[in-house]
Design a protein around this ligand. Sequence first.
Ligand SMILES: [Zn+2]
Length: 252
Amino acid sequence: MRSNDEFLAVRRLVSEGHPDHEIAWLTGIPRRTISGWRRGERQGRIRDECSGGITPRHDFSKLDPKAYAYLLGLYLGDGCISGGRRGVWCLRITLDAAYPGIVHECATALEAIFPAKTACRAQRPGSRCVDVSMWSKHWPCFFPQHGPGRKHLRPIRLAPWQQTIVAAKRKSFVRGLIHSDGTRITAIERKGSYVRRAPRYAFSNKSEDIKRLFCESCDALGVRWSRPSDQQIAIYRKESVARLDEFIGPKR
Ligand SMILES: [Zn+2]
């Protein structure tokens, strides 16, 4: 029997729109196994009506696009999906307790995706980290980027329906990315006796793919960025910072 990791890898490639022969070539799993999974022939631990299926039965166009784009940004920055026992998964976003406004916004976005549920908030003892979480059978359907291993060690590609949402709600997506893996700092610039306080934004992530998604959305929003180091994207031009301030601003 194929492992859950193999199944999840195939599932991610299906969500990205790859045909069976390509998935077979990429994963080494026979094409007839993959086409069987597409038809719902799956034996194993994570099988259930949806989260074990290879093509989720959801109408993603009904999602609240603003909440979803924001949550996707948070998830790609500091989120993880775990569990999977009996097909129930936990989506957990780890945030800084110093910013209760962001914790609240994250919980509100989760509750917009599943209005019947309440997001759980838990501060880790002796730490500034707050975990905002929610259980569902469907997190791998909504975040097909879920898969074995760390995010920066595997490819992160958006499914076509996710690309549509991000293209429509880039500000929310970038806001989510900055709220999880970004900062807004105020630099002090001195020229002789002249002192200027200059706000700047920075985004850091180990994944090249996630950095690329961030930069693509910045480009689409007319925000100019630079890359001072391997892991960091910086925005320091006055007009670009002002553009981000329109929909992000200081973390609260
Ligand atoms: Zn589902």
